[in-house]
Design a protein around this ligand. Structure first.
Ligand code: XMP
Length: 520
């Protein structure tokens, strides 16, 4: 791929929770960046010819036996290196400085004093707020280093050896709480590494199209299109590159959000703007009959996943032998499955919930495997996909099947679709009016609970809808979002008035853990 020849910065991961964030921030500075484990051999790092290296934070104490480390030769390559938190301590430790348990543990937003003559801090104020999270500290810098930042409790908040282009920062510039963090990373890549800043989405799209064409030749490609952001952007990219050599199979399992099936067909189908083979399989009835009477969440997930595979197989058989299977794998999938973390094993990852082993194809293509989610979105816009599709919230493969507690049927699907549509519409409106920030994920779910109510003098015995809205960065942990009361009230009254079969609305306050974001 073209990325191999890109000017790149390498992040060496020491197990810090913000490793992906570091790489994303660098890419936001228009510099391509990849993450590798600290176990990656020096030879491999040299082969990649990086213009700069960043060492991440990590949970260990670098002076303890068995703690993650890196050979001293790394610092002698002549490549600019920036150590962050653990990475900063490790750099100092390996080069002869002293790291020990700090008398005062620093955690949270901390006032810091910078030497703005340092290339790292050029253009910044001398006093700024940074995000600290450490119990060890650099008590003595390595020979050749001078201190360029301190806090009241931390004498070495940053130090540098300008001659050798080595920099160590105790705090986390990658975290948004570090007010001028982005500028600090930008200063590193531009003032220290002298990057040209050539990583842009228009050039990515151009070079990805080129390399897809080279790889595929006149072969046939099959893509399972879910309507989610990743597979949609992959479809658009492949369609631009190879047109009718691509076939997209879109399974409408009847568990999509309101209008979603038609929206996907509108974009990728015969009346859309892409010239590809599009197969929509309307499998609603097939799914509802398989799901009839099934209440247990895992059984439901299994049925939905298996049925998807069966349908995909049937369609693949009709098409005949294909040369390539395309997947919407993105960079976080790659990192999480081992490439960037502790192991070198790359697991094939996909976002459609398990594809058949014996679909007859020769090779897999994953055109988005180097991109972060926000970059996938930018590429999607670049390719002309509509905003509503590009900025879609995460939506689980089993769809509304896991947002309907208990048995799934057509009536319940219609209820949750309508309630969810109203909820999303009102939140979008409130966000536009400046009443609230958009939560990271929000949707309506159908509890399996029915209760008594009264409507227009009539007794009702109807379902309760649960509203969910969460704030999260990584979707591994989440907090319930605080919605303005007026918005909740409007949503409640619209749902009860407009959606038949609902007479009660709950707001789900549970954080994750102990809850999960989805209901099942
Ligand atoms: P949970 O419910 O585990 O969800 O807190 C975390 C994030 O993952 C999404 N999710 C799924 N995505 N297939 C998917 O592709 C699934 O089976 C699935 N289950 C949950 C969920 O929407 C949230 O963003």
């Amino acid at each position: 791929m073209a990325q191999e020849t890109q000017e790149k910065v390498i992040v060496i991961d020491f197990g810090g929770q913000y490793n992906q964030l570091v790489a994303r921030r660098v890419r936001e500075c228009s510099v391509y960046c990849e993450i590798y484990s600290y176990r990656t051999p020096l030879e491999k790092i040299k082969e990649m010819n990086p213009v700069g290296i960043i060492l991440t934070g990590g949970p260990n104490s670098c002076y303890e036996e068995g703690a993650p480390t890196y050979t001293k030769e790394l610092f002698e390559l002549g490549i600019p290196i920036l150590g962050l938190c653990y990475g900063a301590q490790l750099m100092q430790h390996v080069l002869g400085g002293k790291v020990e348990k700090a008398p005062v543990r620093e955690y949270g937003k901390t006032e810091t004093f910078l030497n703005t003559e340092s290339p790292l801090f050029q253009g910044l104020e001398e006093q700024t707020i940074v995000w600290m999270s450490h119990f060890d500290y650099i008590s003595q810098t390595a020979p050749g280093f001078s201190i360029c930042a301190h806090t009241n409790d931390c004498p070495v908040a940053a130090c540098e050896n300008r001659e050798k282009n080595l920099y160590a920062i105790q705090f986390h510039p990658e975290v948004l709480h570090t007010v001028r963090g982005k500028e600090i990373l930008s200063n590193f890549v531009y003032n220290v590494c002298h990057c040209s800043g050539s990583w842009r989405m228009d050039s990515f799209v151009e070079s990805a199209i080129q390399s897809i064409r080279e790889k595929v030749g006149d072969g046939k490609v099959l893509l399972a299109l879910s309507g989610g952001v990743d597979s949609s952007v992959a479809a658009a990219l492949l369609a631009k590159a190879i047109g009718k050599q691509l076939t997209c199979v879109f399974v409408d399992h009847g568990l999509l959000r309101k209008n979603e099936g038609d929206e996907v067909e509108g974009v990728f189908g015969p009346n859309g703007e892409f010239d590809l083979n599009f197969i929509r399989v309307n499998a609603q009835e097939r799914y509802y009959s398989k799901l009839a009477g099934v209440e247990e969440p895992e059984s439901k997930r299994k049925i939905i996943g298996e049925e998807f595979i069966r349908i995909f197989e049937e369609e693949a058989k009709k098409i005949g032998a294909v040369d390539f299977l395309a997947q919407g794998t993105i960079y976080p999938d790659v990192v999480e499955s081992g490439l960037g973390g502790e192991s070198a094993v790359i697991k094939s990852h996909h976002n459609v919930g398990g594809l058949p082993d014996f679909v007859d194809f020769k090779e897999i293509i994953e055109p988005l495997r180097d991109l972060f989610k926000d970059e996938v979105r930018k590429a999607g816009l670049e390719l002309g996909l509509p905003e509503y599709l590009v900025f879609r919230q995460p939506f689980p493969g089993p769809g509304l099947g896991i947002r309907i507690i208990g048995e799934v049927n057509a009536e319940k699907v219609a209820i949750v679709q309508d309630a969810d549509y109203i909820y999303r519409e009102e939140i979008k409106k409130a966000v536009k009016e400046g009443l609230m920030e958009e939560p990271n994920q929000y949707f309506a779910a159908l509890t399996n609970m029915r209760s008594v109510g009264v409507m227009g003098d009539e007794r009702t015995y109807d379902y309760a809808v649960a509203l969910r809205a969460v704030r999260t960065i990584d979707f591994m942990t989440a907090e319930a979002a605080e919605l303005p009361w007026s918005v909740v009230q409007t949503v409640m009254s619209r749902i009860i008035n407009e959606v038949k079969g609902v007479n009660r609305v709950f707001y789900d306050l549970t954080s994750k853990p102990p809850g999960t974001i989805e209901m099942e």
